[in-house]
Structure formats: structure tokens, C-alpha cells
Design a protein around this ligand. Structure first.
Ligand SMILES: NC(=O)c1ccc[n+]([C@@H]2O[C@H](COP(=O)([O-])OP(=O)(O)OC[C@H]3O[C@@H](n4cnc5c(N)ncnc54)[C@H](OP(=O)(O)O)[C@@H]3O)[C@@H](O)[C@H]2O)c1
Length: 366
């Protein structure tokens, strides 16, 4: 078999993802599905072909680790990490010189550091390019919804995480009202102090998700929660949520019940060339998650070195991967919301409905 240049490790986000491929398991009790999955070795899922920039062409493969988000968060980290390392070794045997960590495989334990130490090939979480694209998408969405960043109430859900803290530190230079949300308040306070030291901005912190989200005009949602955290009644009319989390932080009920808020998927990019993933992960042809794209960019650049690792991502790394992405022709894909493309007309209608509802709310107070 022709060796690949890179590999990307995926896993089923929920049991539903498993049932889509293994329908016979649908009627099994959850514990049996998870126990069976735990016994499976990593699996070569598909070959990725056709990635081509003006400078280079590369091929890769998806490698699957059969643990759901819940298992990744609940099993002892060493069990999960051992499985991810096994997938990385299999990728190396297929020729990959760099491996990207998808979804929870990048979250568990020390965010790639132990995995990197146990592999002879480079490792990246993809978090630097994810931050770059999430922020670009959020700023574009704000402009389309006529929200002035400097006057907006901005909240980051999952603010102390690898992606969340980088987003917070960069946004703190552009906004005046910033709230950091997570469960551990000590870590939140440490981050707030750091941001104030870096930017002079006084930042609010809270573990009360509902209260903070209700006040926010813009929310960057990047928690590693296995369950959704934002429900339809939590959002004010006209609010924007850039939902980077996988699984999503925003409940699918928001799509059904709120036509006056803009929910965009964070970190979705257009890949250069005529890419074929030979595997359906829910995007239209040619589109990928930013974390997948980071691995492709490093392979195209022949930068076979571990890039985004650990919980601390620097602004320099984010700027560097962003300019390499532009060099090789990666760009932010159009807005998507709950598996659907959003047109400028859709966004205009959301804005109109939000104005109407805010008008009613104000009239009701008079
Ligand atoms: N779209 C993409 O291309 C892409 C790329 C990479 C990663 N991701 C996704 O991005 C998310 C974050 O990744 P990360 O590496 O930044 O994770 P991380 O470093 O583990 O950070 C997770 C953050 O979420 C908070 N959190 C976890 N559970 C929570 C809960 N129930 N309620 C409130 N806050 C909670 C954590 O703080 P506390 O523990 O204190 O609550 C922490 O601040 C994951 O869902 C990952 O799959 C997406």
C-alpha cells in the first residue's frame, strides 16, 4: 500500500455515531455497546486523497479509536491514552509522519504531551488553527449581525481550556465586556488575573452558565462537556454562539425553537484541492474541521514536528498556523448551523426576527 503522509485520529462522539455504522447494536444496552467498543483495536477508517496546494500535495488516513466522549471522560486517562497511542503507532506503520488528535483524543489527560512522548512521529491537537478559525468566524458573524465587538457582552464557555483560554486572551484585546465561564472557579480567577495583567481589562468569572449566557450578545462555546449546556431559553434574541465544542455545547433544541439567534459551527474550513475523505463525518465535500486541517497544513508544509500540544497555545502559534493555512489555500468555510449551510439571507432574517422580539420585549416593559 502507498504510504500516507499524515493521519488523523477520530472517535465516535456518542453511541448514535456507533449505531449509524453498526445498526445491529442499536437495541443493545449501553453498557454492552461500550464494553464491546472498549475491546476493539484502532481501525484504519479511510484514505484521504486529493489535498493539493500550490506548493505540495499530500495524502492521509483516518484512524478510529472506539471510545465515545463519555468513555473518554470517565475511563482512567491512562486507559484512553494507551488506546490513542496504539492508533498513533498504527498510523506510523501506514507511513504517517504526523498524527492529528480529533475531538476528545486531544482533550484527555495532558492534551497530547504523553501521546507525543510515546510515538516516533509528530503529534498535534489542531487547537491553534481551531482558535484562529473560531475567532475569525465569530468576528464575521458579529459584523453580519451588526454587533459592535467593543460594546458587546462576550462570554466564553469552557474559558480555562486549551482553546477557551487562547480565545479569551486574544478577545480580551478587542472587547470591553468579557465573562469567563467554567466549573472550577479557582482556575477561572487565575486566568482572569493573567488577562488583566496582559491587557488591563477587568474580566468577570462565573460557574453559573445559564446566568452568564443569558446576558451575553456573543458566546464562544468550547467546553469539553459530554452533554449540551445551552438550551433554547438561555439565549437572548439576536445572540450569536460560535459552537466549537464536539460534542456540541448548544442543544439541538435551539435549532428547533429559536429562529432569532445565530448559532454557527466553529472551526469549519475549506480544504484546497479535490479532497476526498472517503468517510462521511457530516460535512459537504471539501470541508473539514480546523483541527483536521492543522494536521494537513503541517504535512503540506513538510513540518513534521509536534505543533499544538498541551493546554497552553500561544498567540505566535496561532498566527503562524493561520499564515501557513493562507499560503496553502485553506480558508474559513461559509457559516454552518446544525449540519446546514447558512446564507446571508438566512442571517438577515435572524436579525429581523431578533429586532422584532426585542421590540416586543421593550414594549411589554412600558
Ligand atoms: N471544531 C473543531 O475543529 C475542534 C477542534 C478541537 C477541539 N474541539 C472541541 O473543543 C472542545 C474543547 O477542547 P479543549 O482542548 O479546549 O478542552 P479542555 O482544554 O479540556 O477545556 C475544556 C474547558 O471546558 C470546561 N468544562 C468542561 N466541562 C464543563 C461543564 N460541564 N460545564 C462548564 N464548563 C466545562 C473546562 O473547565 P472546568 O473543568 O473547570 O469546567 C475547561 O475550561 C472539545 O469539545 C473539543 O472536542 C473542536
Amino acid at each position: 500500500m502507498v504510504p500516507v503522509d499524515f493521519s488523523f485520529i477520530l472517535h465516535p462522539l456518542t453511541n448514535e455515531d456507533i449505531f449509524r455504522k453498526l445498526k445491529f447494536m442499536r437495541n443493545w444496552p449501553s453498557f454492552l455497546v461500550e464494553k464491546t467498543m472498549r475491546m476493539l483495536p484502532p481501525l484504519w477508517t479511510s484514505r484521504i486523497t486529493g489535498i493539493s496546494s500550490p506548493y505540495n500535495s499530500v495524502e492521509g488516513c483516518f484512524m478510529a479509536v472506539f471510545l465515545t466522549t463519555r468513555q473518554m471522560l470517565q475511563l482512567p486517562p491512562e486507559v484512553v491514552i494507551r488506546k490513542i497511542i496504539a492508533a498513533g503507532k498504527k498510523a506510523a506503520r501506514a507511513g504517517a509522519k504526523i498524527v492529528g488528535l480529533g475531538a476528545m483524543t486531544a482533550v484527555v489527560g495532558d492534551a497530547g504531551i504523553t501521546i507525543d512522548r510515546n510515538l516516533d512521529i509528530a503529534v498535534t491537537t489542531g487547537n491553534s488553527y481551531t482558535v484562529a478559525t473560531a475567532l475569525e468566524g465569530t468576528e464575521k458573524a458579529a459584523a453580519l449581525m451588526d454587533i459592535d465587538l467593543s460594546r458587546a457582552e462576550v462570554a466564553i464557555l469552557g474559558a480555562t481550556g486549551s482553546i477557551g483560554s487562547a480565545c479569551a486572551r486574544i478577545l480580551a484585546r478587542k472587547v470591553n465586556y468579557l465573562t469567563l465561564i467554567a466549573r472550577n472557579t479557582q482556575r477561572l480567577e487565575r486566568l482572569a488575573e493573567r488577562i488583566t495583567g496582559e491587557t488591563g481589562l477587568a474580566v468577570k468569572v462565573t460557574s453559573n452558565i445559564k446566568e452568564a449566557v443569558r446576558k451575553a450578545d456573543i458566546i464562544v462555546a468550547v467546553s469539553s462537556s459530554a452533554e449540551s449546556l445551552i438550551d433554547p431559553e438561555d439565549l437572548k434574541p439576536g445572540a450569536i454562539v460560535c459552537d466549537v465544542a464536539r460534542p456540541r455545547d448548544v442543544s439541538v433544541k435551539v435549532a428547533e425553537k429559536r429562529d432569532d439567534v445565530l448559532i454557527i459551527e466553529g472551526g469549519v474550513v475549506q480544504v484546497p484541492g479535490d479532497v476526498n475523505f472517503n468517510f462521511n463525518f457530516g460535512f459537504p465535500p471539501g470541508m473539514a474541521y480546523a483541527c483536521m486541517a492543522e494536521t494537513m497544513i503541517l504535512a503540506l508544509e513538510k513540518r513534521y514536528e509536534s505543533f499544538s500540544l498541551g493546554k497552553e497555545i500561544t498567540v505566535e502559534q496561532i498566527d503562524e498556523i493561520n499564515s501557513l493555512a493562507a499560503k496553502h489555500g485553506f480558508k474559513l468555510a461559509g457559516f454552518r448551523s446544525f449540519e446546514r449551510a447558512l446564507s446571508t439571507d438566512d442571517i438577515k432574517k435572524i436579525k429581523e426576527r431578533a429586532k422584532l422580539r426585542l421590540g416586543f420585549a421593550t414594549a411589554g416593559k412600558n
